[in-house]
Write a protein that binds this ligand. Structure first.
Ligand code: FES
Length: 110
């Protein structure tokens, strides 16, 4: 486990998207949607584009480049052209701060 602080929970409003790059890891996109906070690899599996520039709606993050949409709960795309899933990460809220476990990335079952 390697939880890293991302931001204050209050600074991540509903619909908010943050790109988090830990010094020793890959970029992670952290979002709040439908009241929950999610973390996923910040690299579209279609064309290597940052999803933190995307559109967020109903727990889905859409890539601005070609429109693939990823379910933040599973990391799986449910809109083409992407077909491969992204890793999702464990989150914890502690004393009003949002933390991501940067070692917890995994591919969820569809
Ligand atoms: Fe994201 Fe093509 S790079 S859909």
């Amino acid at each position: 486990m390697a939880f890293k602080r991302v931001c204050r929970s209050l600074d991540l409003a509903e619909g908010g998207i943050i790109r988090f790059v830990p010094p020793e890891g890959r970029a992670i996109v952290v979002c709040r949607s439908e009241g929950e906070i999610f973390a996923m690899t910040d690299k579209c599996s279609h064309g290597n584009w940052s999803l933190s520039e995307g559109f967020l709606e109903n727990c889905h993050l859409e890539c601005v480049l070609h429109g693939s949409a990823f379910d933040l709960r599973t990391g799986w795309p449910d809109k083409l052209p992407a077909t491969k899933p992204l890793e999702i990460y464990d989150i914890k809220i502690d004393d009003g701060d949002v933390f991501v476990d940067i070692d917890s990335g995994y591919i969820a079952k569809k």
